[in-house]
Design a protein around this ligand. Structure first.
Ligand code: SDX
Length: 412
């Protein structure tokens, strides 16, 4: 028996088959722990989320995305020297190899940015091979800093190139988040005004996405990383998993669902009925969660941020009204109540991104940039585990018993 620092209990079955010839079966791993981890704690019943013990609400209020990334990756908040050095490293590695631009130019214009991002992150290994003569720690520090900084630059670059616009380079005088917004929206003919409140909103957006224990994409990073592949390849696997509409792809699907409700007169009730109909594959996007059986603490902060950002921009988004109305109607429905379905992080996040001017097809890329520190921290925790093992699940076979090859002339 094992017990975690917050009282979660587990049965260690690592010798089960050896001792009993039995294995366990747990499709979707809803009841199966894959690792011991000291990075993020979630309590799905109480709606608790903490990074290295610090509540996400405090980090959203007090910290920056770069500082939170340092906390997740290094296990402690940085002092001012450590933070300045980390910021300097991120700046030094913020450019993308110029030869990578031909990659972007040769993707079809309508390519989904997540497919581009996953390919480009794998390609980083070709441009930045293993560094000779460095200790493993130095090599890992430079590699993870490169990833954190270049993924943000590549995302902005792919946006500019998808529109046939000039690429805007990162600036040494701007913070991580301000640089991203500037690279996305600055132009030679119309300078982008950097608004501190919008930069702060982006910091909070990425802090809320920074880690979430063993979710689908993090589990993918750990599983692929367990083969001792380089960090770029493991992260590329995480990006691919996050793309799925049941996972990080949901933030784009939420906006598409709200736009469909809007186009159908704004009444969400028919969509809630569809979500309850077992014959209809439609799901309420942005609702429900494998772990949270109460309100996702991130969704609460994201919802408040919608009002703050829209007020700052003196604008209104009718989709926010539809989202609020959908939540109110849904949370009164017995099916929704019985199934413990609440808004998750994706339900309101798209409204914030729309207000910042991010195109809908880049919403999941925004999730990926936010989740990068978490993926890196989780990969690093695995890689530094003295008991690091190749992940290789077993199965229960249900196929045919022994049969033999039949020559084609003898087949029916
Ligand atoms: C993220 O894991 C993480 O931490 C992920 C994440 C992170 O930060 O990494 O939090 C980010 O991925 C958030 C989730 C984003 N996805 C969506 O919003 C897509 C819509 N949500 C659902 O597809 C669903 O809620 C999941 C996939 C998120 C979780 O589903 P589970 O835990 O696999 O449960 P399930 O699919 O087996 O559903 C259990 C029951 C079923 O009904 P019954 O057959 O038992 O009667 O709940 C129903 C489901 O039909 N249900 C829903 C529903 N979600 C679950 N019914 C309608 N609409 C929904 N959204």
């Amino acid at each position: 028996m094992l017990e975690g620092t917050e009282g979660e209990k587990a049965i260690d079955i690592s010798r089960l088959r050896e001792l009993t010839k039995y294995i366990t079966l747990d499709p979707g791993f809803a009841n199966t722990g894959s690792c011991l981890s000291s990075i993020t704690f979630m309590d799905g019943e109480k709606g608790i989320l903490r990074y290295r013990g610090i509540p996400v609400q405090e980090l959203a209020e007090e910290s920056s995305f770069v500082e939170t990334a340092y906390l997740l990756i290094n296990g402690k908040l940085p002092n001012s020297n450590e933070l300045n050095r980390f910021r300097m490293l991120l700046n030094d590695h913020s450019l993308v190899h110029e030869d990578m631009r031909t990659f972007f130019q040769n993707f079809p214009r309508q390519s989904h940015p997540m497919g581009i991002l996953s390919s480009m992150v794998t390609a980083l290994r070709s441009f930045y091979p293993a560094l000779e003569g460095l200790s493993e720690t130095e090599e890992t520090t430079i590699t993870l800093t490169r990833l954190l900084s270049k993924v943000r630059t590549m995302a902005a670059m792919s946006y500019k190139m998808s529109r046939g616009h000039m690429v805007v380079y990162p600036r040494p005088d701007l913070s991580y988040c301000a640089n991203f917004l500037n690279m996305m929206f600055d132009s030679p003919v119309k300078h982008y005004h950097i608004d501190d409140d919008l930069v702060q909103a982006l910091n909070v957006f990425w802090i809320l996405h920074a880690d979430h224990e063993q979710n689908c994409s993090t589990a993918a990073v750990r599983l692929v990383g367990s083969a001792r592949v380089n960090l770029y390849a493991a992260i590329s696997a995480g990006i691919a998993a996050l793309w799925g509409p049941l996972h990080g792809g949901a933030n784009q699907k939420v906006i598409e669902m709200l736009e469909e409700i809007q186009a159908n007169g704004g009444d969400s009730r028919p969509f809630i009925e569809r979500a309850k109909d077992k014959k209809d594959p439609f799901r309420l996007m942005g609702f429900g969660h494998r772990v949270y059986k109460t309100y996702d603490p991130r969704a609460k902060i994201m919802k408040a941020m919608c009002d703050k950002v829209l007020d700052k921009l003196h604008t209104h988004d009718p989709l926010l009204d539809i989202a609020v109305q959908l939540e109110e109607v849904a949370r009164k429905d017995q099916y929704i109540i019985d199934h413990n379905l609440y808004p998750n992080v994706d339900f309101y996040s798209g409204i914030v991104l729309r207000a910042l001017g991010i195109p809908t097809n880049m919403f999941t890329v925004m999730f990926a940039i936010g989740r990068l520190p978490g993926w890196i921290a989780q990969w690093k925790e695995d890689a530094s585990d003295p008991n690091w093992k190749l992940s290789r699940p077993r199965q229960i076979y249900t196929g045919p018993n022994l049969s033999h090859y039949v020559l084609i002339k003898e087949r029916g």
